[in-house]
Design a protein. Structure first.
Length: 258
């Protein structure tokens, strides 16, 4: 897989949109800020949740990311969180209570469910929009420029690059098994899968050693060279200012500062 194909993985919407062209540092901090505002806001301050939701809708509209795309990516995580939160009305005591047959729903439990649902939806959609408008290498570049710990960033970069190599190797091994008429019918015939997994691990380890030696031979010094330098521009400042103007007043109102 070419570097161009790798850089385009995960993008959605219009790559030429003003959101896609923003500095990845601004998008990372801005969308993370939306999540922080939502998570730190109590349920009684519902205007802050509304402001976060409107900000995300505006970002999705400018990036031309459709609701279908948002749902297809959010459904991987969001339904599980909502399913767990759905037990709160029955398990959390407090406030008025309503009996529904053998179950009892409490007012405090409903409040917890509403708060968790709102925060989960906003946080998940923020992460989905970041992934839909920013490539994974660009996110890693932004983390590097924001002085994130270098080792986790490097590990994530190598994992992203060579995950596709390992997947392709596993696909070739699967094809080889199928070409040899491997059709397991019960658990006792699955030993070949274990041997294939062992061979895949050994090949992956050997490839990693070769790649590391090749990098050292080319002057690798615990840092990846960058051909493109990130630079903040006027649209980046406008995006950050617009998010701050939309979210900070609502958050301060929730604390009673304004």
């Amino acid at each position: 897989m070419s570097a161009h194909d790798l850089s385009a993985i995960g993008l959605a919407g219009d790559p030429a949109s003003p959101i896609h062209r923003l500095d990845p540092r601004v998008k990372l901090l801005g969308l993370a800020g939306v999540t922080v505002v939502a998570v730190s806001t109590p349920l009684r301050a519902w205007p802050a949740f509304a402001a976060c939701a409107l900000a995300l809708v505006a970002v999705a509209a400018l990036a031309r990311v459709t609701p279908r795309t948002l749902w297809q990516r959010a459904r991987i995580v969001l339904p599980l969180v909502l399913f767990v939160a759905a037990f709160a009305p029955f398990a959390r005591p407090g406030g008025a209570r309503v009996d529904l047959g053998p179950l009892t729903v409490s007012e405090a439990g409903l409040a917890v469910f509403a708060a968790v649902s709102a925060k989960a939806v906003i946080g998940t959609v923020s992460a989905v929009l970041l992934g839909a408008t920013t490539t994974f290498p660009a996110v890693l570049h932004a983390l590097e420029r924001l002085r994130a710990p270098r080792l986790p960033v490097l590990i994530a970069g190598f994992m992203y690059r060579y995950l596709f190599v390992v997947a392709a190797e596993a696909g070739r091994m699967r094809t080889a098994l199928a070409a040899r008429a491997y059709r397991p019918r019960h658990a006792l015939q699955a030993a070949a899968i274990g041997r294939a997994a062992t061979a895949l691990f050994l090949r992956t380890h050997a490839r990693a050693e070769r790649v590391h030696l090749a990098m050292l031979a080319r002057g690798y010094r615990e840092g990846m060279p960058r051909l493109d330098a990130l630079a903040l521009r006027r649209p980046d400042a406008v995006f950050a200012a617009a998010l701050a103007a939309a979210l900070l007043p609502a958050r301060l109102l929730a604390e009673g500062v304004l």
